[in-house]
Design a protein around this ligand. Sequence first.
Ligand code: SF4
Ligand code: SF4
Length: 480
Amino acid sequence: MSVHLTDQDQFRDHISTADQRGKRLWIYPQKPSGRFYNYRKYLSYFFLLIFFGLPFLKCDGEPLFLFNVIEGKFIFFGTLFLPQDFPLFGLAMLTFMVFIVLFTAIFGRLFCGWICPQTIFMEMVFRRIEYWIDGDANEQRRLKNRAWDAEKTGKRVFKYSIFFIISFLIANMFLSYILGIDELGKIIVQPITMHKGLFFGLLFFSLVFFFVYTYVRENVCILICPYGRLQGVLLDNKSIVVAYDYVRGEPRGKLSKEIKAESLSDSRETGLASSAKGDCIDCGLCVKVCPTGIDIRNGTQLECINCTACNDACDEIMDKIHKPRGLVRYASELNIREKKPFRFTARMIGYTVVLLLLSGTFLRLFMNRSAVDGTFLRTPGIMYQKIDSQNISNLYNVKILNKSHFALGFDLKVEGEPDARIQMIGNHALHAEKGDYAVGEVFIIMPLSALHKRNTELKIGIYAAGKKMKEIKTNFIGPG
Ligand code: SF4
Ligand code: SF4
């Protein structure tokens, strides 16, 4: 994006949160306000409700969502996924990544500003508590520089205590997504000595969250987040981002009393600027509210999380000087430079085609996914056995995985071979608890008349409660 080259070019030499020698520059963003901030606030309430509420939702007595990486058990919308579903999971991840690439190519970092949990917790929870306790940016600076008197100590203790409690709560909620809310409830009421490992894990992650929201802050987005680092390759001049309209805003300049009077009278009549200067009055409010400490007028920068605080700040100024809103707005470079509307580029079409193909494949696999999986393998080293002059048998090892939420008993049938029989060894039924295996040995007894070659492929139907759950293939060896 075009850059205003004045005395501010040093922004190219170092990130906004460190000086040229690498020393941390603490950002004190002014409290934002305005329509975008309000929309973001409402959306954040919704996401927080989802984050804290989802673990309590259940389906058939099981959590609606569970990400038990310890036991390799995942539940999405009440459907159980086990490590055997890894191909499906891998495809879902691939589809999601292509979606992110396409979404970013079109909408820039919209996700970062509006949806990302880091931004929501930082800007909508911790930062707002900070404004409430420490006051706005200037008061925060004053508090930082003042001696450790009773007021400063009290405010710091109060703020960090609340920060730690929320961090502890977040760590607990994350644990409930891994273990389930019932398990978490048990851990909470039982003595710590029974769950020492989990307790120290919880404490560790609480401290990590506390450290992130107290000290690391915007540096997560600027330095750590891989998605943020990818922006340089994902964005182009057609991507819609929070941008400064330099065509309209430059040359910027302070609003002198004469120009102010002229501007006010002209703009009331025409709604447009009249002086040789651009619409930017160089008030610096867009910089003061920026939580990553950058000047959006320098163009798209990797620090920008598209939080819209500068949109609101500039709109407020434009309202005051009676100029049209949107000097800082959602726009692409092309839109600003050439006044061209949004266009779907060849790159975006390519991403969309790949995304549709992946989504289609994923949906087909997902819809055909069975609640049962299994293997039906001939026992190694054993040939066929002659039962009588008409029939021979093969011995098999059977392993059936129950991926449903219920215990299941299984029946087996050789499909398309009415004279074939399956005989369990040991007369025990094939039965599996939810998420567990049914294991057994069976004979398949086939009439010689049905075998026309040495190696015959058979289809085995797995039934539960009379319903066919899955069909798997196996081989039957005969005399040939
Ligand atoms: S430049 Fe604007 S949109 Fe970007 S982070 Fe700063 S305030 Fe938010
Ligand atoms: S808030 Fe608007 S008018 Fe003020 S410096 Fe930023 S872009 Fe210019």
